[in-house]
Design a protein around this ligand. Structure first.
Ligand code: MG
Length: 289
C-alpha cells in the first residue's frame, strides 16, 4: 500500500506530462477556427461586394390583370362567347345599305347571304361601328363562276367603311384559284397595297375562311396620322398578311391617303362585274382594346 503523498505525487507528474499535449490541442483548435472563419469571409465578402441579391424567378412573374374567360365555340369557326355575331345564317338584321343606310337587300337563303348585283342595291355594311377587332368571315365563290382577272368572283371585306361605295380599307375577295390578276389585287391583298404572302385559295364551290386582326389607325386632334392601320389576315388558316402597315384608304385609282375617323362599320362589296355573285356565312367579330 502506497502512502497517499506518493499517489498525489505520481498524479501530479502525469498531469504535468500531459500539459504540453493539451496546449497543442488548444492551439490547433484555435488555428482551425481561424482558418474556417477566414475561409467563410474569403468567400462571402467578394460575393457581397459583387451581387447584393441573387435574382429570383418570382421577380419576373406577373399575376394581374387576369385575362377574361372566353368560352370558345364548338369548333374554331364557331363564334366564341364574347363575339358579336354579324350573320348567323338567318337574317340581315345587323346590316344596312352602305349607300343610304336602308335595310340591306342581299339574298338570304339556306343559311347563307348572297350578293345582290341588282342596280341600286350595292354594298352593305354593319349597323355597328368598330375600332380594333378580330373578324371571322366565310365566303364562297360559286362553282359555275365565269370571267377572269378582277371580273371573276370579285367582292371585298372593308375593314373600315368610310362612306358610300368603296370608301375605306378593303381586304380583297376574289376567285384567285387559277385566275391571274395583278398580285396586289388578288385574294388576300389589301387592295393595291399588300401582296399576299401566299395563295391558299380553295377551288370555286368550296368555302373560304378569313380570320383577320384589324388595328385601326389613330389620329391626332388636328387630323394628322398618329399611328397607321395594321392588318394580319389568314385565309383558310394560312397567313396572307402579317401585321401589314397600310398607307391609307384603298383606292382603285391613285395613291392611298389617311383621313381621320374614330369608329367605322365593316362593309361587304357588291362588285360591279358580271360574274356570278358570291355568298357569305358565319360572320362574327370580337372587339379588341
Ligand atoms: Mg373587291
Amino acid at each position: 500500500m502506497f502512502p497517499s503523498g506518493w499517489l498525489m505525487q505520481i498524479y501530479s507528474i502525469r498531469l504535468a506530462s500531459l500539459e504540453p499535449l493539451r496546449c497543442i490541442v488548444v492551439e490547433m483548435t484555435a488555428l482551425r477556427n481561424f482558418l474556417a472563419s477566414s475561409l467563410i469571409l474569403g468567400l462571402t465578402v467578394p460575393l457581397l461586394a459583387q451581387s447584393p441579391a441573387q435574382p429570383k424567378p418570382e421577380e419576373t412573374e406577373v399575376w394581374t390583370p387576369v385575362p377574361k374567360v372566353v368560352t370558345p365555340g364548338a369548333t374554331d369557326e364557331a363564334p366564341p362567347s364574347d363575339a358579336i355575331v354579324l350573320f348567323d345564317g338567318t337574317n340581315l338584321d345587323e346590316w344596312v345599305s352602305a349607300q343610304d343606310h336602308t335595310p340591306a337587300q342581299w339574298v338570304v337563303a339556306d343559311g347563307v347571304m348572297t350578293v345582290k348585283k341588282a342596280p341600286g342595291v350595292g354594298n352593305i355594311e354593319t349597323k355597328r361601328s368598330f375600332k380594333n377587332y378580330q373578324l371571322h368571315v366565310e365566303w364562297r365563290v360559286p362553282e359555275n363562276i365565269t370571267g377572269s382577272s378582277q371580273a371573276r368572283g370579285n367582292s371585298g371585306v372593308f375593314l373600315a367603311s368610310l362612306g358610300p361605295g368603296d370608301a375605306g380599307y378593303e381586304l380583297q375577295v376574289l376567285d384567285s384559284y387559277n385566275n391571274a390578276t395583278y398580285v396586289n389585287g388578288m385574294v388576300g391583298s389589301i387592295y393595291k397595297q399588300s401582296i399576299p404572302l401566299a395563295n391558299p385559295m380553295r377551288k370555286p364551290g368550296e368555302w373560304e375562311i378569313y380570320d383577320v386582326v384589324w388595328t385601326a389607325p389613330v389620329f391626332n386632334d388636328d387630323g394628322s396620322l398618329k399611328t397607321p392601320a395594321y392588318v394580319t389576315a389568314f385565309l383558310n388558316g394560312v397567313l396572307v398578311d402579317n401585321h401589314f402597315e397600310l398607307q391609307g384608304q384603298t383606292l382603285y385609282i391613285g395613291k392611298p391617303f389617311y383621313k381621320k375617323y374614330d369608329r367605322a362599320p365593316i362593309k361587304l362589296q357588291a362588285h360591279g362585274d358580271k360574274s356570278e355573285p358570291i355568298s357569305f356565312r358565319n360572320i362574327w367579330v370580337r372587339e379588341l382594346p
